[in-house]
Structures are given as C-alpha cells and as structure tokens.
Ligand binder design. Structure first.
Ligand SMILES: O=C(O)CCC(=O)C(=O)O
Ligand SMILES: [Fe+2]
Length: 254
C-alpha cells in the first residue's frame, strides 16, 4: 500500500516507479473501499479488507496472523526518506527551530471512497476531529503531504479541516501540497469522508524530544526497539520535559 501510494505519486510527477506486494508466492488481496493505513517504521498496517496486519512479522497470538506482507524496495525507501528530510527542514525553517527530530509512528494513508461503503468499526472512522498530540504525546509538529488531487479529480470529499468555533479552515488536498502545524490542542482537525476515488497522503510527525527521534532506516527492524522507546518516553514525559524541549506557541505565530 505504501509502495502503491509512492508509485502513484511518482507517476504523477512523470516517473515510472514499480509497485506490488513483493512477497513471493502470494496473491495480493486488492485494497477495497475504506481506509488502509501503513506505518512503515513499526510495520503496523490496517488493510481495508484484512484489518490489522504486521508488515514485517506476525502480530502475535492475540492478533490475526499476517497473511500478506510487503516491504518497500530501495526506491520507495529513498523517496520516503527524502520526504521526511524535506518536511523536517521545512518545519525547522518555518518555525525557526533549533532542534527537531523525525519521529514515529508516521503513516501512509489510502482512503478509497464510495457511497455504499460503511465503516466496520471505530478504527475505520478516519473522519473524527482529533488532536495529534492526544494520540501520541511526543508529537510536537505535524506535516502532511498529499499525493493525489482532491476536488473531484482523483477523489471527491476528503478535505482537511482545522476546526475552529469561529469558522473552520478547509484545505483541499492537491498532489504535492504540504500542510504543517503544531500538534497540540490549538490544532483540532479532521478529514472529511472521501465519497469517490482514492486519496493518498503521507502524515509525518516530528519531535523536540531527542530521545524520541527515529532514524529513518525503514528496514523492517524498527519495531524491535520502538515499543520500549515509546514506553520509556511516556514515563519521561510524565516526570518532566527535557531541558531542550521547545514547542513554539501556536496559531498567531503560524
Ligand atoms: O490525511 C490528512 O489530511 C490528515 C491525517 C491526520 O490528521 C492524521 O493522520 O493525524
Ligand atoms: Fe491528525
């Protein structure tokens, strides 16, 4: 799915990038209506048909075993890493930051719309208003890169909206359009349901907490250290914020 999204973006930019689930001997199940979301660092994925999957390993006894996996090839990895570096330097310069780190999880999301589709459970309901830092405490800056055109071209619906009692601010996704913002309460937001077509987006998060930096190896091994790191991070954040912690005050500085 991540490879499909990156190949789609590359084709839009005039490059031919192959994709396909590259586990030998398995027939890929097509992605259908609804959301499919991949975290290429930790290997957690939600397939629109199969539900929760592990890209790099089975997710354990309590989870469904992985029946299909894929890994990003070197071209996809290079592209993804370049996106991460570009967004990081954009945030650093726009917000005048002295320190910022690429973090995890990050997502490649594919939302396929149709009038007939209904969410199976709350995890399918991608349209709820939310605050990114409420989901993951070490997120300080959010960056979105859209890979497909909204406004009825590649898909309809799927607008991004900052929610504000004085009036929402709506962004129509365009291939190559980037949205950056601080990840706290000041930026409650949502995605409107996709009603037709396929919407691809990359969401990345960056942190001022050096301990939560994730090197972008994308090698299928990140999940081995991620969980422990995240748990340690949660404890540290409960105790105190690191000395070099610096989150710029919101909105009026944007
Ligand atoms: O895809 C988008 O426009 C936003 C996604 C988002 O808000 C998130 O992943 O937290
Ligand atoms: Fe979000």
């Amino acid at each position: 799915m991540a490879d499909e999204a990156l190949a789609f973006a590359a084709r839009k930019a005039g490059h031919d990038l192959p994709h396909g689930w590259n586990t030998p001997g398995q027939t890929p199940l097509p992605l259908l209506d609804g959301p499919s979301i991949v975290d290429v660092n930790t290997g957690f994925a939600r397939h629109s048909v199969l539900g929760l999957q592990g890209l790099y390993r089975d997710l354990g006894k309590k989870r469904k075993p992985t029946t299909e996996r894929f890994v990003l090839n070197q071209l996809h990895r290079t592209l993804y890493q370049r996106v991460g570096r570009t967004l990081e330097s954009l945030l650093t310069s726009e917000f005048g930051l002295s320190e910022l780190h690429f973090s995890a999880p990050t997502f490649v999301a594919r939302l396929q719309g149709s009038a007939a589709w209904r969410a199976r459970d709350v995890h399918d309901e991608y349209w709820h208003p939310h605050v990114d830092r409420n989901n993951t405490a070490h997120y300080h800056y959010s960056a979105l890169l859209y890979l497909a055109e909204g406004g009825g071209e590649d898909f309809s619906g799927g607008e991004f909206q900052f929610m504000d009692p004085e009036g929402n601010f709506t962004v129509v996704p365009r291939a190559g359009r980037v949205v950056i913002f601080t990840s706290g309460q000041e930026h409650l937001h949502r995605v409107r349901p996709v009603t037709q077509g396929v919407r691809y987006a990359i969401s990345m998060w960056f942190t001022c907490d050096a301990a939560m930096a994730m090197p972008q190896f994308l090698d299928g091994k990140m999940h081995n250290t991620f969980h422990a790191k995240r748990e340690a991070g949660k404890k540290r954040q409960r105790r105190h914020l690191p000395r070099n912690h610096r989150v710029k005050a919101p909105k009026d500085e944007l």
